[in-house]
Design a protein around this ligand. Sequence first.
Ligand SMILES: [Zn+2]
Length: 304
Amino acid sequence: MTTTFRMAAAGLMLSAILAGCSQPADKPEAPAAPAVVATADTHPFRIGELQAVALRDGEIVLENAAGASPWDAAEVSELPGALAADGRIHLSVQPLLVRDGEHVVLIDTGAGGQMGTQNKLQGSLTAAGVQPGQVTDILISHAHGDHVGGLVANGALVFPNAAIRMSADEWTAMRADPEAAAVVPVIAPKVQTFASGAQVTPSITAIALNGHTPGHTGYEIVSGEDRLLYFGDALHSAVISVQRPEAVNAWDFNSDAAIATRQNLLERGATQSLRVYGVHFPWPGVGRFQKREETFVWAPDATR
Ligand SMILES: [Zn+2]
């Protein structure tokens, strides 16, 4: 054994001992996954070995009228169940928390109180046992305000230690969007882009779901035989988007592509009995699509 090798070996042993004694002060420890209790604003469930929690942010309520809703008002009026008892369209907003090994992953960040929503995400996250500084990865489906609105508050990052990940096409579009001008410089140092199909954490893969925005992305979470697809705003309403996937949605950037994405998702989801997650579907948004005669219906998972 040479002197150099002995010194190197001693150094390795020393660093191993030091690593055992203390954690570097600037590296956040991966939090242990505590049991999460179901509340009005937190819905814990499993994806194989992984813990997931639906986190309520609030609700967007739309009048069924031209300019207020993205759909044709007459068509919606004729669709049973499309309107709530108050005659309006209710879209829930519920980002998804997933613990993937040492990664504490938040998929979308809610509206941050915009669009008439209740800004509940921080309270829901706390109820799920996670502080903002513990989130390691934020996966953005797309850069609309009800998905990126929770990234920044008072000009500062809400999740200071998290990488903010979105598709390269979506980041390009966001940087060109005047409405995002105040947010872009704050998040830019944390943004990491990916191409569609990329594996973004050990158990989560980015899936291009084209049409709603230039780089709209879903996330497929896989653990063992179990899987869940977070489909973002490929579908907004558990009635209108599911039973009338061909209906034009004025919020879609490319309507033809968005319609094709909806139809493909419904067909594949129903055929494979794929468990899916709708960020705007009725709380908590977990369920499956089922084929019924000429169309599809939403079948939510039973909740306790
Ligand atoms: Zn949305």
